[in-house]
Write a protein that binds this ligand. Structure first.
Ligand code: NAI
Length: 591
């Protein structure tokens, strides 16, 4: 039938027909509207639904007991409508509403009318008892809340990413906080999702996490880890109990995680999927609240949920997803990413699926690039943060933001740099110091934060330092730059030694003379380098090209290609190395 419906499409390139296509087709009217409106689902998902629904709707609305969407449900609804030609709409229990009419406007107006009736009923008959009343001791100040969320996020992300890397999205919106801090949240959160469509995004059960003391990091981290694994075990048992053996088990880790005082995390294979799960759970909270105000919230049974999650139509849909890039679901942070080589790296990693935190002192240009990446590669693929690599406070703040936005980090590209010139006997101390601050200490500050995060996360990682050809082969009048960059490379090697046992790889890319797009090559630098090489400045670019073995010009894209290789799993057995991108310079051969 799926193939048949595709065969009937007027435009073969358009979206695949929905599972509900036949249901629409079997209703004998030109226009049909279907929704899972919160107001309707709030009534159908009460234990008292059979009493409530006839009080709200007249005889012109039909009811159909819960059944998994598909051919049989479509036939049943079609039959009901044909047998009762006075009907305006049909309510599917624990699912949603269908209305129809000779025109889309009439179908829509009926839809709104029925939803408004449901809303009015919920308002008029809401019990006077406070729903989601605050449990004692659950409110904490915003700073503590964010600090705890940021510290636990990598633990969560690492644990839920055992089978496939996940993006972890943090949410502390007022409705979420009201719910997680309420007396009912623990038990109510375990009842289940409101509709089959919700189940597909949030799974049958959400994880309720309540560590004894969330502010004590090590005990809370251990508890978080244990509870997430217990969730996965329980999921496997649920799968075994219901499975007919036809479909392999899906990822057993939760999509929605709730923690009192702290908020909600949702997971997804990209930022968009994590946002959809969050969006659905906001609706679930609203539905539970209304249901509880007029009765008792109920959900699909365990078996019904199984048949939704392992619905052959949905599993089939998964097989149709486009091939994902090699860095899909990965999170990368790049320093000095607003211009030059850093910008080329950001674009390259984004094309291959990574979520990029674009950091720079030039926040305007960083924001422009993040916007470009989001426009080109999809929702939430990039964020821009102001980050001066020499300022420990800004570094700490950027990593806090990163933990809250994506939950962790897989790839650090330590790139920001400056290139002061001058012979050592003429060099002012302040210039030497500035070079050390940015080209050496800046890398230390960012890398040490990244390593701490990656170690907490426990799923390895890749760090790439942008060095320079000057490290193995220094040039005259470039002492402050070469010495600081040598410190950067030595830092990289020590990090590789210290973190290999954690699966964290650390490598260096050594470019030579990238002119195009680089702000490093100021007029002053060009003049000084030309002088150092004894050539006119206009011959400088050609000089660099002629001195390499391949006689090639080096571009930022060439450097980004090398970074991509070292960032991803194609180089999974490589750490502690330097990869030159210099078109072959005998003096700079790594040794
Ligand atoms: P660029 O000047 O075009 O870009 C550097 C970026 O770093 C800029 O966006 C700048 O705003 C940012 N930045 C400067 N100070 C910062 C700070 N304190 N904190 C955070 N960001 C800061 O330079 P380019 O050419 O893209 O250089 C990038 C890296 O590549 C540097 O580490 C450089 O040493 C290295 N490199 C460059 C070569 C070249 O020929 N362009 C050759 C070899 C290495």
């Amino acid at each position: 039938v799926v193939a048949y419906l595709e065969h009937c499409m007027m435009d073969p390139g358009s979206a695949r027909p929905s599972i509900e296509t036949l249901l629409h087709a079997f209703i004998p009217m030109p226009s049909v509207v279907h929704s899972h409106a919160d107001a309707i689902v709030s009534l159908t998902n009460t234990r008292e639904a059979n009493d409530i629904l006839p009080r709200v709707f007249d005889k012109k609305v039909g009811f159909v007991e819960y059944m998994r969407p598909g051919f049989v449900l479509s036939k049943n609804v079609g039959q009901l409508v044909r047998d009762n030609d006075n009907l305006d709409g049909v309510i599917l229990i624990k699912h949603g509403l269908f209305t129809w009419g000779p025109s889309i406007k009439q179908a829509y107006d009926t839809h709104i009318n029925l939803i408004s009736r449901a809303e009015k009923f919920a308002r008029d008959f809401a019990s006077s008892k406070r729903i989601f009343a605050l449990a004692s001791g659950r409110t904490i100040d915003n700073n503590t809340q964010q600090t705890i969320a940021a510290s636990l996020a990598p633990i969560l992300r690492g644990t839920v990413s055992k089978n496939q890397t996940m993006i972890l999205r943090y949410d502390n919106a007022p409705d979420v906080m009201e719910f997680v801090n309420s007396q009912e949240a623990n038990s109510l959160s375990q009842v289940g999702p409101a509709t089959p469509d919700h189940t597909l995004q949030t799974k049958t059960k959400v994880l309720w996490l309540d560590p004894k003391d969330p502010s004590d990091f090590s005990s809370a981290a251990a508890e978080v880890h244990r509870h997430v694994e217990a969730y996965a075990d329980k999921y496997s048992r649920w799968y075994q109990a219901n499975s007919d053996g036809l479909h392999p088990m899906l990822d057993p880790y939760p999509r929605v995680i709730l923690m009192p005082s702290i908020g909600m995390w949702t997971t997804g294979s990209d930022a968009r999927a994590a946002l959809i799960a969050a969006d659905i759970y906001h609706h679930t909270i609203q539905i539970m609240k209304t249901s509880q105000s007029i009765g008792n919230y109920v959900s699909l049974s365990s078996r019904e949920s199984y048949h939704v999650e392992y619905w052959p139509m949905e599993l089939y849909k998964l097989t149709l997803s486009p091939i994902k890039g090699e860095l899909y679901s990965k999170v990368a942070l790049i320093t000095g990413a607003a211009h030059g080589i850093g910008r080329d790296i950001a674009r390259q990693l984004a094309i291959h699926g990574a979520h990029i935190t674009v950091t720079d002192i030039d926040i305007k240009a960083a924001q422009t690039l993040a916007q470009e990446i989001n426009d080109t590669n999809g929702y939430g693929r990039a964020q821009a943060l102001a980050l001066d690599v020499t300022d420990p406070k800004q570094v700490a703040q950027a990593f806090l933001d990163l933990r809250l936005t994506y939950g962790g980090l897989d790839i650090l590209i330590s790139n920001a740099g400056i290139a002061p010139v001058g012979a050592i006997h003429e060099l002012p101390l302040q210039q030497w110091q500035r070079s050390l601050d940015i080209n050496a200490t800046g890398h230390f500050l960012v890398a040490s934060e990244a390593v701490r995060l990656m170690r907490d996360q426990g799923i390895g990682g890749s760090i790439v330092f942008i060095g320079t050809k000057n490290v193995p082969s220094p040039g005259k009048d470039f002492g402050a730059y070469s010495a600081a960059k040598a410190a950067e490379v030595q830092l990289a090697r020590v990090l590789a030694i210290e973190n290999g046992d954690q699966g964290i790889r650390v490598n260096v890319v050594n470019p030579d003379a990238v002119f195009e797009g680089s702000g490093l090559w100021s007029t002053k630098l060009k003049e000084q380098r030309a002088k150092a090489h004894g050539i006119p400045v206009e011959q400088l670019e050609d000089f660099y090209r002629q001195r390499n073995l391949l006689k090639q010009r080096i571009t930022g894209e060439d450097v980004a290609e090398a970074v991509l290789f070292l960032a991803g799993s194609r180089s999974s057995k490589t750490t502690g190395t330097m990869l030159p991108v210099d078109a072959g310079l005998r003096d700079a051969f790594p040794r």
